[in-house]
Design a protein around this ligand. Structure first.
Ligand SMILES: *[C@@H]1O[C@H](CO)[C@@H](O)[C@H](O)[C@H]1NC(C)=O
Length: 204
């Protein structure tokens, strides 16, 4: 039963990812590597956050727990949890150098099975980006208002948001603005090097 649910979860994940990749290809783009925890993952030190729940007690909720596919392990459940449930919290990825970022994938905090009353996930978020952490911009829509992206509706289903236009930056912050129970999440970014040979067709 567990194995079957796990399998269908993974199958669903890959369906979602391949749908996103197809959408990216449909626009003439091939810029959809997993930048945080893919083939060339960023180090744990590159994942930081505004605050962490119970950080002086244990490491169960630290930002490094936010890697997209992290599940139950010796430390605990998968997911970063903020210390405060307000709209000032952020989860930051330092990609090491500036990259082209074409999408954001989010999931909720792993755990609590079917007990929906305890599920934790972010239902809406904004994005900040920049090449220096003291000079971050808010990703805005065509009316120059901060764009609010739809997040998750359960802990396990990945939600993919494609960025049009893409972001060129080293640092990305996911800034939750609405949540279910607690500001808790897992996440990754889709993108490619700025020097990608597809660059000419990506900009548009
Ligand atoms: C960050 O640096 C890259 C490379 O110089 C540049 O293309 C990009 O526009 C910069 N991003 C921001 C937000 O300044």
């Amino acid at each position: 039963m567990v194995a079957k649910n796990l399998l269908s979860g993974f199958t669903f994940f890959f369906l979602i990812i391949s749908a996103a990749v197809q959408a990216v290809h449909a626009h003439g783009r091939q810029c959809s590597e997993l930048l945080v925890s893919g083939k060339n993952p960023v180090p744990d030190s590159a994942i930081t956050a505004s605050s962490t729940w119970a950080v002086n007690v244990d490491t169960k909720h630290i930002p490094q727990r936010s890697r997209i596919d992290l599940g139950l392990d010796a430390v605990g459940n998968g997911g970063w949890s903020a210390n405060f449930n307000d709209d000032k919290q952020w989860l930051q990825f330092d990609l090491g150098f500036s990259r082209k970022i074409t999408g954001v994938i989010t999931k909720g905090r792993q755990g609590y099975g079917t007990d929906q009353s305890r599920w934790q996930y972010v239902t809406a978020y904004r994005l900040q980006y920049g090449n220096a952490t003291d000079d971050m911009s808010v990703y805005s829509d065509h009316d120059h208002e901060p764009e609010v992206f739809d997040g998750n509706w359960n802990p396990v289903t990945p939600q993919v948001q494609l960025l049009d236009p893409p972001i060129n930056a080293r640092y990305i912050r996911i800034n939750p603005v609405k949540w279910h129970n607690h500001v808790s999440m897992r996440a990754d970014l889709l993108g490619c090097p700025l020097t990608d040979t597809n660059k000419a067709t990506i900009i548009g």
